[in-house]
Ligand binder design. Structure first.
Ligand code: GLU
Length: 423
C-alpha cells in the first residue's frame, strides 16, 4: 500500500481502466454486443452512509460500498478495502477484476468488492471494530455464505474478518464461519491464507522465468508495497535465491544493490511502523524505485503505478502484479512492445482468492486441510492457469493481460449465456 503523497490517484479512473481492458478482450473475442452490454455493468452497487461513535460524544459519518459485478459463476467474492481514497468507481473496478480473477483460475465465484472511505492507520482498534461491525450490518443485505463472501484487502486483515464473521453470526443467531474468508485459523480460517496472494504470485513468477529463460538464482527483485502481498512476496522470492534490492511502503522506499533481508525489514517495520530507516539501506523515491535496474518488479501496492509516463523507464524483464490494477492500458502496450512480460493482476494475485475458496470449502465441510495440502493445491491451480494464459497469448499473439481476459471473459460470458436472461 502506498500513500496519496506518492500516488497520483488522478492519473486514471480505475473503472475506466477496467472497462478499457475488458473492451480489448471483447474485441478480440468478437463478443456479442448484448453480452458486452451486460458485462460492462456491475449487477449490484450498494452505497451506505453510517455513523460511528469516535470518542467522547464525537460521531463521524462514514461512506462505504459493496459491489457485485457478475454472479453468474457463483456467489460474489472479493475483499473489503479500508483506505482514504476509496471511491465507488474504484470498488466497481475491483469487483469486475474479481469476476475475471475467479474465472481465470476456474474457481466457482462471481466478482464482488467492498470498501470504506477511512484511514485505518489513524484509527484505534476500538474504532475499527465499531466501524467494521456497523459496516457489516449495513451490507448484510448482500453478504452471506452462499451469496457474497468478503475477505481482506488493503487496510483490512484477519482481525477485521473476525469482526465481520462475529457480527453476521450475531444477527443470524448461530456461528457462520463461511460468510468471510481470511479469518484467523482459530475461528475457521485456513492454513496458508495469509501468505497465499504472495505464494501464488511467486508460483507465476517461477513459470514466467522458465518461459523467458531467466535464472531466479541471484535475480534482482524490486517490491513496491510492504503490506500482506509485498512482504510475503519479498520473503518467498528471497527463499528461492533471488536478491531483493529495494522495497517500499507508504512512508517511502529503501534500496541496497547488494540485497536486503526481508526478515530484517519485517522486524524493523514491526518496531517502527515503516521500512525507511532500516540500517544499511539507502532511501529511494517511489518513482525511482519502479525504474530501478532489476529483473523482476513486483508492484504490491495499489492502482495507477505504471502509466505512459514511466512505462518506457521500467527496466524489469518481468512485472508481476501482486497489486490490483497497477498498470494502465497505455503502459501495457509500451511494455509489450518492449518485450517486458507482465503477469496480469487477475492471474498473478489470484492465489489469495484461491486459498479463500479453499477456506470456504473447508468451513462448509467442517473439515480442515494441512498447510502442505493447501500449498500443493494452490500451486496446481496457479501453474495450470499461468500456462493456459501463456499458451493463449502465443496462439493469439497478444500480451498476457489480453490473453487472461480472453480466457476469463469467455468463461463468464458462457456461464451468463447458459443461464439465460431472467425472466
Ligand atoms: N482482496 C483479495 C483480492 O483482491 C482477496 C479476495 C478474496 O480472497 O476474496 O484478490
Amino acid at each position: 500500500m502506498a500513500t496519496s503523497a506518492v500516488i497520483d490517484h488522478t492519473q486514471r479512473d480505475p473503472w475506466q481502466v477496467a472497462l478499457e481492458q475488458f473492451d480489448i478482450a471483447a474485441d478480440r473475442l468478437h463478443l456479442d454486443p448484448n453480452m458486452r452490454g451486460i458485462l460492462r455493468e456491475c449487477q449490484r452497487e450498494l452505497t451506505v452512509h453510517f455513523p460511528v461513535r469516535m470518542q467522547d460524544g464525537v460521531v463521524k459519518v462514514f461512506t462505504g460500498y459493496r459491489v457485485q459485478h457478475n454472479i453468474s459463476r457463483g456467489p460474489g467474492k472479493g475483499g473489503i478495502r479500508y483506505h482514504p481514497s476509496v471511491t465507488l468507481n474504484e470498488v466497481k473496478a475491483l469487483a469486475m477484476w474479481m469476476t475475471w480473477k475467479c474465472a481465470v483460475v476456474g474457481i466457482p465465484y462471481g466478482g464482488a468488492k467492498g470498501g470504506v472511505v477511512c484511514d485505518p492507520k489513524h484509527m484505534t482498534a476500538q474504532q475499527l471494530e465499531t466501524l467494521t461491525r456497523r459496516y457489516t450490518t449495513e451490507i448484510s443485505l448482500l453478504i452471506g455464505p452462499d451469496r457474497d463472501i468478503p475477505a481482506p484487502d488493503v487496510g483490512t486483515n484477519a482481525q477485521t474478518m473476525a469482526w465481520v464473521m462475529d457480527t453476521y453470526s450475531m444477527h443470524h443467531g448461530s456461528t457462520v464461519p463461511a460468510v468471510v474468508t481470511g479469518k484467523p485459523v482459530s475461528i475457521g480460517g485456513s492454513e496458508g491464507r495469509n501468505e497465499a496472494t504472495a505464494r501464488g504470485a511467486v508460483y507465476t513468477i517461477i513459470e514466467a522465468s522458465k518461459a523467458i529463460g531467466l535464472d531466479l538464482e541471484g535475480a534482482r527483485v524490486v517490491v513496491q508495497g510492504y503490506g500482506n502481498a509485498g512482504m510475503y512476496s519479498a520473503k518467498l522470492i528471497a527463499e528461492l535465491g533471488a536478491k531483493v534490492i529495494a522495497v517500499s511502503d507508504t512512508s517511502g522506499g529503501i534500496t541496497n544493490p547488494n540485497g536486503l533481508d526481508p526478515q530484517k525489514i519485517e522486524a524493523f517495520k514491526r518496531e517502527t511502523g515503516r521500512v525507511q530507516g532500516l540500517p544499511g539501506a539507502e532511501r529511494i523515491s517511489n518513482t525511482d524505485l519502479l525504474e530501478l535496474d532489476c529483473e523482476i518488479l513486483i508492484p504490491a501496492a495499489i492502482e495507477n503505478q505504471i502509466g505512459s509516463q514511466n512505462a518506457t523507464e521500467i527496466k524489469a524483464k518481468i512485472v508481476a502484479e501482486a497489486a490490483n490494477g497497477p498498470t494502465s492500458p497505455e503502459a501495457d502496450r509500451i511494455l509489450y512492445d518492449r518485450g517486458v512480460m507482465v503477469i496480469p493482476d487477475i492471474l498473478c494475485n489470484a492465489g489469495g482468492v484461491t486459498v479463500s475458496y479453499f477456506e470456504w470449502v473447508q468451513d462448509l465441510q467442517n473439515l480442515f486441510w494441512r498447510e502442505a495440502t493447501i500449498n500443493a493445491r494452490l500451486k496446481e491451480v496457479m501453474v495450470k492457469s499461468f500456462n493456459d494464459v501463456l499458451d493463449l497469448s502465443h496462439k493469439h499473439k497478444v500480451d498476457m493481460r489480453t490473453a487472461a481476459y480472453m480466457l476469463a471473459v469467455s468463461r463468464v460470458a458462457d456461464a451468463t449465456l447458459t443461464r439465460g436472461i431472467y425472466p
